[in-house]
Design a protein around this ligand. Sequence first.
Ligand code: NDP
Ligand code: HSE
Length: 436
Amino acid sequence: MNVVKVGLLGLGTVGGGTVNVLTKNSSDISRRTGYQVVVSKASARDLSRLRICDTDDIQLTTNPEDVINDPEIQIVVELMGGEEPAKSLILAALAQGKHVVTANKALIANHGNELFAVAAKHNVTLAYEAAIAGGIPIVKAMREGLTANGIDWLAGIINGTGNFILTEMRDKGSAFADVLKEAQELGYAEADPEYDVEGIDAAHKLCILASLAFGMPLNLERVYTEGISKVTPLDVTYAEELGYRIKHLGIARRRNEGIEMRVHPTLIPEKRLIANVDGVMNAVVVKGNAVGSTLYYGAGAGAEATASAVIADIVDICRQLGNTSSNAVPALGFLDTELKDLPILSIEDVETAFYLRVPVEDKPGVMAAITSVLANNGISIEAVLQKESEHHGENTQVILLTNCVVEKSMVSALKEIELLDSTTGAATRIRVESLQ
Ligand code: NDP
Ligand code: HSE
């Protein structure tokens, strides 16, 4: 059987997982591709580090260029992370006519437009299934399975670390910092965990999903981004009392006026399947105009789950070897010449319902004052929870669910509410989506 040699840049969580899965499933992978897929060389920074995989048959190097310059290596798999030196190494590999697989969403979101053009110029593939939602084959689903559809919207839990933290906070009342540490130990978190906690990693993934959905160039700087660091256990509890779960969602939606791209904590009705996606699991709902709503679910991070997506790309490339790539699936699912610069909406123009929590003095007239400000801004109320304080005159909380309202109206109403005499602190607001 012919051999395809693969070179790995990076041998950490995902690199090690990739070696392990290629080893344990080598016979099935050969039967699926017609090739024996062999990792012949791998680079890492510190060769003395203990690895999660057996490296006896792999030539190890601290110099990533040894991998890309090896003439026998046909597929380079970048699993180092970060923008540089990953970008330069990938460009060098593509220029040598090598196919590249990456799990690096930061790189694709920031530089994908350039990298895909270079890959096309050299007639090679730059594949990135593992960059979004870990092991879920969402790129395959969007580019191929749903290709008949116009996409109306998609919404996803697309950061495993963030979902793991929210779940542990809700189920066990664990402290944010402790759960983050556990996620890091399990290999879920990014090298800089701020990327997980502040929504940056989810923004990278959402930006790619939006381009796959609507056929537009990657536009990372236009993704509205809010993380989970301000979500409190109090809001998680109140949301549940109202029949909702708080999830960190990435949402892309086509409207007549333009495209919404946003990443933020969101209240979702607890009866939706996606509201019950817990721990490190990810899920993406995609609403197509022919198929309706579809849901993709699976592990969003972790060594072997992510390796599953990396190896799916390697298998696709093996199946293409020997063919010209002119028939290959385009990088963003639309012909490169057909990508359109669609207008993208600013968050002020996005319309959603809201959960509000307003800290107030416990005295008569407080609720009337708040509802009157909302009414004056054209905002109607769907549900109210007023928490009693233990002693009259102490501070308490008013919790409200509003109907759909354009963001700028909510911003101006909240400014007024925070200026009321009875308001004792900053109001919390979390957007609400029905996902129907
Ligand atoms: P790790 O930190 O576990 O592994 C990174 C590997 O790259 C290590 O082997 C490291 O060497 C090597 N490396 C890092 N920087 C350099 C450098 N500058 N020069 C040479 N080698 C370098 O990361 P992960 O495996 O977790 O992540 C890899 C990629 O996969 C990232 O882009 C990440 O976002 C993405 N990803 C991760 C997932 C996960 O669950 N972890 C899921 C989906 C995507 P050494 O081991 O010696 O330190
Ligand atoms: N840090 C990422 C997450 C890894 O937790 O989702 C998978 O992309």
